[in-house]
Design a protein. Structure first.
Length: 233
């Protein structure tokens, strides 16, 4: 695994929050910023969905190395089998994931890691998103849900879990916000999080149905890239 490789682990406060869409947008922005396809990689080490995603098509079209279905697939009955001792133990599951990441990371400048579900998803088998991010010393981009009170509550819960796992390099993006609620959400969430999480930057608030190739979407990806490239990450 190249010591020059920079990782970014994209997690969500919940499933269906737009993690994979953000991965695609960021990869697109990295190409705009001058990275060559062979310098980039995308991997989703754990998944429940085996359907082909838009980010996979994007990687294929742009000739970016990718692994959309990693070694840990939570198929029906997997958790029960794990608890009964019929599957690989936690250490072997994590080892398999780390090996996959090491292989796809060879000679890469940036590797985008797409999380599954919420930050603690996978804990039941001893391999959560946080476990993988910690093993890589990867900064985490946490995608929060729309709303004000519920968004802040979920964010605090997720951040608390990540920090207990030893992860400190975290930034926030809020996604799928109704356009009519965007200004209010940005104002109140930013105001409160400045008090509650003063060391964690909020990079953007993204409106629902914002097209991937729109100016706003590219600006979001540019903000993420700037944070990733900063000396603090």
């Amino acid at each position: 695994m190249s010591v020059q490789t920079k990782y970014l682990y994209i997690m969500g406060s919940a499933s269906g929050i737009g993690k994979t869409m953000l991965c695609e947008g960021l990869l697109s922005q990295l190409l705009v910023n001058g990275y060559q396809p062979e310098q980039l990689a995308y991997i989703k080490p754990m998944t429940q969905c085996i359907d082909k995603q838009a980010v996979t098509v994007f990687c294929e079209n742009e000739h970016i190395a990718h692994c959309s279905i990693g070694s840990l697939v939570f198929k029906k009955g997997f958790t029960k089998e794990f608890i009964e001792g019929l599957n690989k133990n936690s250490a072997l599951l994590l080892q398999g994931i780390m090996t996959e990441i090491a292989i796809i990371s060879e000679h890469k400048a940036i590797v985008i890691i797409d999380g599954i579900g919420g930050v603690s998803t996978g804990s039941v088998v001893g391999v959560s998103n946080a476990d993988i991010a910690r093993s890589l010393a990867a900064p985490v981009l946490l995608i929060g849900q729309p709303g004000i009170g519920s968004a802040i509550d979920d964010t605090l819960l997720a951040i608390s879990f990540l920090q207990r796992q030893g992860i400190q390099n975290i930034a926030l993006v809020y996604n799928k916000i109704k356009p009519v609620e965007l200004a209010n959400t940005q104002h109140y969430v930013s105001m409160r999080l400045t008090e509650l999480l003063p060391t964690i930057p909020v990079l953007d608030f993204i409106g629902k149905h914002t097209k991937l190739d729109s100016k706003n979407k590219h600006q979001s990806a540019a903000n993420i890239y700037q944070w990733l490239s900063s000396g603090s990450v």
